[in-house]
Design a protein around this ligand. Sequence first.
Ligand SMILES: Nc1ncnc2c1ncn2[C@@H]1O[C@H](COP(=O)(O)OP(=O)(O)O)[C@@H](O)[C@H]1O
Ligand SMILES: [Mg+2]
Length: 148
Amino acid sequence: MDKRSLVTRSAEETSAFGVALAAALSPGAVVGLVGPLGAGKTVMIQGMCRGLEYDGIVTSPTFSLINIYSGQIEIYHFDCYRLNGVHDLEDVGYEEYFFGERGICLIEWADRVADALPDDILIARLEILSEKERKITIGPLASVKIRY
Ligand SMILES: Nc1ncnc2c1ncn2[C@@H]1O[C@H](COP(=O)(O)OP(=O)(O)O)[C@@H](O)[C@H]1O
Ligand SMILES: [Mg+2]
């Protein structure tokens, strides 16, 4: 259970982990982030975007469902918090982003759309341990399908 986990002790450390992880992402890669409000999903995505050399503002697209950042590579930032189901994703043509090979797709609240996710997604589960501590566990698609 702890073989693929680390604990961060500040937002900066979580962001730095995102920067490091970005080095492993090529066009077509999809990363799903799972965890409660305030866990640090957006912070980690800010790091990944920085690692992908996007220097613009990165915020949760809570009202628009998707933000597209155009840097060195296109980044598709989804936030599925307010979704009622996979059918809401269909309205934005999600398949182009989840299954396309052009950009990098980063999905907050990926567990809310578990059935729509690609098989080769990387899942990052963030848990709040204390005010400043977060446990981040990396796993495969199966880790969002298991109910705790
Ligand atoms: N270790 C940590 N990692 C990430 N965020 C942290 C950490 N410690 C404190 N925080 C704070 O927790 C909040 C995380 O917010 P955010 O990334 O928007 O969460 P989410 O997108 O999961 O709802 C920020 O206010 C951040 O400063
Ligand atoms: Mg967020």
